[in-house]
Design a protein around this ligand. Structure first.
Ligand code: ARG
Length: 460
């Protein structure tokens, strides 16, 4: 049997293999809500423009409503002879309202239809991600508030560098997520133009009101160029690029949790809710969720690369390669949303081992910079010389297996006679952290300022 939508000039039907390679229903059935919404807007506009009679429009609209109700309760039943979601909806409409269903596709093509549906879907996806990211930020801020003064080692090269507070560290991720949200918001604002009415590629001879359908679907305006409207997938790429960068941030925090939860670090205990055991090693508590967040970030990046490469060689306007735009976006969205939620859950429920963190901060001579700064500020040494003197102090402490604060004053003075007893005020990790009061610094007072700003931005 020839195809009911385009079979007019065909004597025979496609082979089973042709049908199989062509089919996208198993993937694009996720667009059913958007497809029906866009069809409703289109039909209402056709009627207003008197392109379609009011009675025909009414029966199409009621049929569409019934299909929406069916899909809502039963899901989309896949028919292998119907290529995609657009054909499924139209076919079902024909069963429900008869030949008038054929009028729905007046002044429309599946090319502007799918471009519209997919934009609507991505727009919703962005809204969903934004809500979840805001929730994640609330978790970060609340844990940061709890730990605004909790000392931990700050690292560079994963070597103990200077003490910081856990609150400060968590707020670094708040900032990353803030930028991610703004990238998604940019993508949303840029994509919010309606392709509907571009038809196959060249526009249409029917007197459409593209402003009206754009408005009805919540778009800011109709897309200006019909060729661009049907072949543009920048919105999907913008989404994937924002998702990739966001997942990179999630992956970095996941990596830190994995390191912190390891026995040699012991900075954090993940909750039972977000840990797994080993089938052979009873003592194990594995950070699988964090590892999967880290792994998913690779897959999300792969999805972005996949769509970039799919699109790079396509001439205007629509080519069927573009049907391959949906799997990477759907996959990335599923991976991103579960990652954000799992990571938020892990951060919310983890127990931080403050003693271990503080001891680790003390262990790595992490107040050496404070000693050098003191030599500059109080003893008047040039910084380079102070650096050198401090290096010798660290070496001595290392030889004796003690912390900087445990060295006796005469031992310090043997290295440099200008060192006085007041130096001990800067050698503790608490004093070090408390002194980092520059804007954006780790001093608890500054961390609390960051928290106040974040809470204001989040409306909490
Ligand atoms: N299933 C198709 C897609 O997702 C819909 C558009 C088909 N258009 C066409 N000219 N064959 O891209």
């Amino acid at each position: 049997m020839s195809n009911q939508m385009w079979g007019g000039r065909f004597a025979g039907g496609p082979s089973a293999l042709m049908r199989e390679i062509n089919a996208s229903i198993s993937v694009d059935k996720r667009l059913w809500r958007e497809d029906i919404a866009a069809s409703r807007a289109h039909v209402a506009m056709l009627a207003d423009q008197e392109i379609l009679g009011a009675a025909d429009a009414a029966s199409i609209l009621s049929g569409l409503q019934q299909i929406a109700a069916e899909y809502e309760t039963e899901g989309v039943a896949e028919d292998p002879t119907l290529e995609d979601i657009h054909m499924h909806v139209e076919h079902r409409l024909g069963q429900l309202v008869g030949p008038v269903a054929g009028r729905l596709h007046t002044a429309r093509s599946r090319n502007d239809q799918v471009a519209t549906d997919f934009r609507l879907w991505v727009r919703n996806a962005i809204d969903e991600v934004d809500t979840q990211l805001a929730q994640f930020q609330r978790v970060l801020v609340s844990r940061a508030e709890e730990h605004a003064g909790s000392v931990m080692p700050g690292f560079t090269h994963l070597q103990s560098a200077q003490p910081v507070t856990l609150g400060h560290h968590l707020l670094a991720y708040y900032e990353m997520i803030r930028r991610d949200r703004s990238r998604f918001a940019d993508a949303r604002a840029r994509m919010n133009e309606s392709p509907l009415g571009a038809a196959a590629l060249a526009g249409t001879s029917f007197p459409l009101d593209r402003e009206a359908t754009a408005r009805a679907l919540g778009f800011d305006r109709p897309a200006a160029n019909s060729l661009d409207a049907v072949s543009d997938r920048d919105f999907a790429l913008d989404y994937l690029m924002a998702a990739t960068q966001c997942s990179l941030h999630l992956s970095r925090l996941a990596e830190e949790l994995i390191i912190w939860a390891s026995q040699p670090f012991g900075f954090v205990s993940l909750s039972d809710e977000f840990s797994t055991g080993s089938s052979i090693m009873p003592q194990k508590r594995n950070p699988d969720a964090a590892e999967l967040v880290r792994g998913h970030s690779g897959r999300i990046t792969g999805a972005m690369t996949s769509l970039l490469i799919t699109l790079k060689g396509l001439p205007l306007a629509y080519s069927k390669d573009m049907q391959d735009d949906k799997p990477p976006v759907f996959e990335a969205h599923d991976l991103l949303t579960i990652s954000v939620q799992a990571l938020a859950g892990m951060v919310a429920t983890s127990r931080f081992n403050l003693q271990r963190m503080c001891a680790a901060a003390e262990a790595g001579f992490s107040t050496a910079t404070d000693l050098a700064d003191w030599l500059v500020r109080v003893a008047g040494l040039p910084f380079r010389e102070a650096h050198h003197v401090t290096g010798r102090v660290v070496k001595l402490a290392e030889e004796r297996g003690v912390g900087l604060a445990e060295l006796k004053l005469d031992a310090l003075q043997e290295i440099d006679a200008r060192i006085e007893a007041s130096v001990y005020h800067v050698l503790s990790v608490e004093a070090s952290v408390g002194s980092r009061t520059s804007y954006g610094g780790t001093a608890p007072a500054r961390v609390r300022e960051q928290i106040a700003r974040a809470k204001q931005a989040l409306g909490i």
